[in-house]
Design a protein. Structure first.
Length: 81
């Protein structure tokens, strides 16, 4: 059994109160990791194209809520970098 499988088993065996506490901790942890990834992507220029596109659309009064024809993966960026 590898480390991940061991961790999964431990989580499965947590009492409800401990599972709730772990879930709260993990959600906060995951949010911090996500924020760090977004910050790194911004600093690394990975979002420059999307930012420029949004600014141009805003200036022309375009519909910023429409993402038709756009794919983050196709733009070279995905959920976790």
């Amino acid at each position: 059994m590898n480390e991940l499988e061991q961790l999964e088993q431990q989580v499965l065996n947590l009492p409800p109160q401990d599972l709730a506490q772990f879930r709260e901790w993990f959600l906060e942890f995951d949010a911090r990791v996500w924020d760090q990834q977004i910050e790194a992507d911004l600093k690394g220029g990975k979002l420059d194209g999307l930012i420029s596109e949004a600014r141009a659309e805003f200036k022309t009064g375009g519909n910023a809520t429409s993402l038709e024809g756009h794919s983050a993966a196709a733009d070279g960026w995905n959920e976790r970098g």
